[in-house]
Design a protein around this ligand. Structure first.
Ligand SMILES: Nc1ncnc2c1ncn2[C@@H]1O[C@H](COP(=O)(O)OP(=O)(O)OP(=O)(O)O)[C@@H](O)[C@H]1O
Length: 252
């Protein structure tokens, strides 16, 4: 049976003032959950709140049943990995060392053999061992994104948060990243929560979708529940939803 890895209840949070209002979401082990909604809806802010990087005014966040608002940064880093939006590393560091950084929450002054093995294994799972000795600031956007995801895998934990992991990627890399994320959720039994804009990718890969608008969650959908009316309500765009190979596909 799946368990709630992430439980957010009646959360009001933001920066100097609230951006997210009265939001309740959850994510279970083995599940890939998409956060969708227009620009400025509050997806990144909600992710930052879960990470303890924004101010919580009301409500609670539980990770593996524990109150996240009372956890230290290191405790959160041992439970939650994070791939930020448009994360560009400009300094020269070998891709392998960038992945090894995922082990920081566990390290003393230097990585153990176990940390090194975990980092190698994370790269292997994504089929990117060949990038190990390349400088990350010289990788393509797609290659670098896979390195950041490998770092998050190496970090371990029970919850992976990603902020638009497929933005800036070509079609092949978009599909590759989403395949990898759904495989990791299933194989490792972790919860993956990802903000994304591509509705058809979300419909193909997400188990559930939360739709955000003006700082609130206005719908929780299974991919099969998506309708032209909800899309028009949120985005103000008329669409057609067809079924293809048993799945809904949105046509603009
Ligand atoms: N550091 C900050 N301080 C104050 N307000 C912020 C900060 N970051 C974001 N905001 C505001 O919070 C609101 C929600 O922004 P957020 O980045 O969470 O939206 P989003 O749904 O992730 O958008 P996008 O799809 O464009 O990435 C916006 O009005 C934005 O201006």
């Amino acid at each position: 049976m799946s368990n709630d890895v992430l439980e957010v209840r009646n959360l009001t949070c933001g920066y100097e003032r609230p951006i997210i209002r009265d939001v309740s979401i959850n994510a279970k082990d083995g599940e890939l959950v998409a956060l969708m909604g227009p620009n400025g809806a509050g997806k990144s802010t909600l992710i930052r709140c879960i990470l303890g990087m924004a101010k919580v005014f009301k409500g609670f966040i539980r990770i593996n049943g524990r109150d996240a608002l009372r956890m230290s940064r290191r405790e959160i880093a041992r439970l939650v990995s994070y791939v930020p939006q448009n994360y560009v590393v400009t300094y020269p560091i070998e891709a392998f060392h960038a992945v090894l950084l995922g082990r920081l929450p566990y390290m003393g002054l230097r990585p153990s053999k176990f940390d090194v093995d975990v980092a190698i294994n994370a790269m292997r799972r994504l089929g990117i061992e060949y990038l190990a000795n390349k400088m990350i600031n010289r990788l393509s956007g797609g290659e670098a994104q896979l390195v950041h995801i490998a770092r998050a895998i190496a970090q371990g934990g029970v919850l992976m948060l990603l902020d638009e992991p497929t933005s800036n990627l070509d079609l092949k890399h978009q599909v590759m990243v989403m395949e990898v994320l759904s495989r990791i959720a299933r194989e490792d039994g972790i919860a993956v929560l990802t903000a994304m804009h591509d509705i058809n990718l979300a419909l193909k890969y997400a188990d559930r979708i939360y739709v955000m608008h003006n700082g609130r969650v206005i719908a929780e959908l299974s991919p099969g529940d998506v309708s032209p009316s909800i899309i028009e309500e949120v985005y103000g765009v008329k669409t057609t939803v067809i079924e293809h190979n048993g799945r809904p596909v949105v046509i603009v």
